[in-house]
Design a protein. Structure first.
Length: 276
């Protein structure tokens, strides 16, 4: 192992190890009371608030990542085509992604506000409270995230599309393959590595979401994510032991899902590489 890799591993591992150590102690505010073993974990796993945060996080992750993939794939297919103004369109599509997330969250907070909400005005709704109702609040956050991050997914998928030789499409067209057949039997199989990377990046990032629900709803109305819950107990109502237990559980959850995700979606890709 090279020194640089060792340093990076230590830098990455230290916060995790320190959080695990803190989670084994009981705290009253910022004062350590003594060793508690797994008591903080038992309290977290028996907390309805923790499982509510897990549910909110999973709802956000599944809906946002799914929508971002479909929209991003559509954008990528469009950006790959050759037409006048393609460069301008590519730049326009990527604009939301370069906006800092906190600024985008504040922007959509005003857009979904009751007054003078642009969404209500555009849809002709009278003081509909998007951010003040369970269900609609989560929809608003997911919508903002899809608007912000779908271009990032499109960029990753576009990079994958650029590696597919045009000759394969020409040969399939000569053989009489339809547009759908070329997409399904050429584009999708060869795009699988890029899809894996895009979905993995977005899934892991979505599981750690904090800024959008924090700014738009402050975690209210069934939008409190795991990251917001950890922040509540580490910063706002400090309990280092319980907060560290929550952060450790979140880390384990993200790690397990990431590993399963790679194994499920990457198995065919790994086998293909070995066959080559």
């Amino acid at each position: 192992m090279s020194p640089s890799v060792l340093v990076m591993a230590l830098v990455a591992a230290f916060p995790v190890i320190y959080a695990v150590i803190l989670s084994l102690y009981l705290y009253q505010g910022r004062l350590r009371e003594g060793f508690g073993g797994l008591e903080n974990y038992a309290e977290a796993l028996s907390s309805s608030r923790f499982w509510g945060a897990v549910q909110a996080t999973f709802i956000f992750t599944v809906t946002s990542v799914g929508a971002e993939f479909l929209i991003g794939l559509g954008f990528a297919l469009i950006m790959r085509q050759v037409f006048i103004g393609r460069g301008v369109m590519r730049a326009a599509i990527l604009v939301p992604w370069v906006i800092p997330t906190v600024i985008a969250a504040q922007l959509w907070y005003f857009m979904f506000s009751v007054t003078p909400g642009f969404v209500n005005f555009s849809l002709g709704l009278d003081r509909f409270n998007w951010l003040g109702q369970p269900g609609w609040a989560m929809f608003s956050i997911v919508f903002a995230d899809v608007w912000k991050t779908a271009p990032f997914v499109a960029l990753l998928l576009l990079a994958g599309l650029q590696t597919i030789p045009d000759e394969m499409y020409e040969a399939a067209r000569v053989d009489g393959a339809s547009t759908w057949q070329r997409f399904w039997y050429i584009t999708m199989p060869l795009l699988k590595p890029a899809i894996l990377v895009a979905l993995l990046f977005r899934t892991v990032d979505a599981l750690r979401v904090f800024d959008l629900p924090q700014v738009m709803t402050n975690g209210a109305f069934d939008t409190e994510s795991l990251s917001i819950l950890v922040q509540r107990f580490v910063v706002q109502t400090p309990n280092a032991g319980f907060g560290s237990a929550l952060s450790t559980l979140t880390f384990i959850l993200v790690l397990v899902i990431g590993v399963l995700f790679v194994r499920a979606l990457g198995r065919d890709f790994v086998l293909n590489v070995e066959d080559e």
